[in-house]
Ligand binder design. Structure first.
Ligand SMILES: Cc1ncc(COP(=O)(O)O)c(C=O)c1O
Length: 388
């Protein structure tokens, strides 16, 4: 089916639509940075794991990063390459399988390293070990996204690292950005080097984590390349790895939903939709943030506005707080018309759930010729089989 991506008028059921042209633009930019800066950039599955699209990714990148056994398996089996894996808590019942599916294994603490490094190497002798270190500096202001906040459970601080690292530790892993610019990376790198450069001669690689939002329009890509080239000059033996997630799927497509009813209380109009914030756009409530809606303007964030064409958008779940608002439209909303939530691919598609048994939106790929391919539709069986 051919689609007009300006209106999605041909779509009459909820659907996440990944636009291949926009994805390829992001992949091209990421591959350009990797080449110019001589670094490896890998995909973080936590942000994006639509495995049917991996053949497109493989044209541009070679590896992925996993944070669990299932993500590691997905990389190994579906992406076709062992993963760079980090988890704050490996367990007796998963470590062997994780080791089997990984090329790099990063430990969050020295106790986790002690407990599992021998066993992991027995399973996979090619594994390269790393330690997650805590630079104790992050400019991320939203607390739930700041891995360096006091009391953090992530990484080893410099004062707890032995002068001589264990012999089989080959890398450091640092993650302290979130949707950040290259200026933030530049300032953070000063702290990282101050704290950790004395160990660099003992290492082969350094992973600067995710949160480098290089595909955002205002991101200074040249500056990122310059920063990385400068780091190479200072430490030429270190291979540099970046593992963004959002940057790959940033602005690559919407969630298309439909209006199913309009209700009114205390003069506040709510358009009831066939999607849910808590099920299908959970970051809107969790982060929280108000999504951009095509052809509508956010008029207030507390949902009390009462203009002629002003609406809260309400979900089809039973959670009272499952609504957001308010948005101004340029006409009275009609039952059946599309509401297009912009930029709903990264994180959203991996975090959805089937609370209330609400129908899960389909996932589709819009090819560059505007042909729509449905990748996945969800059925009652998907709901039933999550439980017993
Ligand atoms: C360790 C690690 N690596 C990579 C990422 C990906 O970050 P982003 O999607 O912001 O680029 C995250 C996100 O939380 C992370 O915790």
């Amino acid at each position: 089916m051919k689609i007009n991506p300006l209106t999605y008028a041909e779509v009459s059921r909820p659907m996440y639509v990944l636009e291949e042209a926009r994805l390829r633009e992001n992949l091209n930019l990421i591959a350009h940075v990797a080449k110019e800066a001589d670094v490896e950039i890998i995909l973080a599955f936590k942000a994006y794991a639509l495995w049917r699209t991996f053949p497109i990714f493989r044209e541009y990148i070679k590896a992925t990063t996993a944070s669990s056994l299932f993500e590691a398996r997905l990389g190994f089996e579906e992406f076709g390459a062992p993963t760079h894996t980090f988890s704050p808590g490996y367990t007796d019942y998963e470590i062997d399988d994780i080791a089997h599916c990984s090329s790099h294994l990063v430990f969050n603490s020295l106790t986790q390293y002690e407990r599992y490094h021998v066993r992991a190497k027995i399973e996979n002798e090619k594994l390269s070990f790393g330690l997650r270190v805590n630079p104790e500096y992050s400019e991320v202001e939203t607390l739930i996204y700041n891995p360096c906040a006091a009391g953090t459970r992530f990484g080893i601080s410099a004062n707890k690292l032995p002068d001589t690292l264990p012999k089989d530790v080959e890398g450091f892993h640092i993650h302290c950005h979130c949707e950040s610019g290259s200026d933030v990376f530049e300032r953070t790198l000063v702290h990282i080097e101050e704290k950790f450069a004395k160990w660099f001669p003992q290492l082969k690689w350094i992973n600067f984590g995710g949160g480098h939002l290089m595909t955002r329009k205002d991101y200074d890509v040249q500056r990122l390349i310059r920063i990385l080239q400068g780091f190479h000059k200072r430490y030429p033996w270190l291979k540099i790895i970046l593992e963004p997630g959002s940057a790959f799927a940033w602005q690559t497509g919407p969630l298309v939903a439909q209006v199913v009813d309009i209700v009114k209380d205390h003069d506040i109009k709510t358009a009831i939709l066939n999607v849910s914030f808590t099920c299908h756009m959970p970051d809107c409530l969790e982060m929280p943030y108000h999504p951009a809606i095509r052809n509508a303007k956010l008029s207030d964030e507390d949902g009390s506005a009462k203009g002629e064409y002003t609406y809260r958008l309400g979900a089809n779940s039973c959670l009272s707080g499952d609504w957001m608002g308010s948005w101004d439209f340029d006409h009275a909303l009609q039952i059946g018309e599309n509401i297009i939530f912009e930029d709903m691919l990264h994180y959203t598609t991996v975090k959805t759930n089937m609370f209330n048994g609400i129908s899960h939106p389909a996932i589709a790929l819009l090819h560059t010729d505007n042909e729509l391919e449905i990748l996945r539709e969800y059925t009652y069986e998907d709901y039933r089989e999550r439980m017993d």
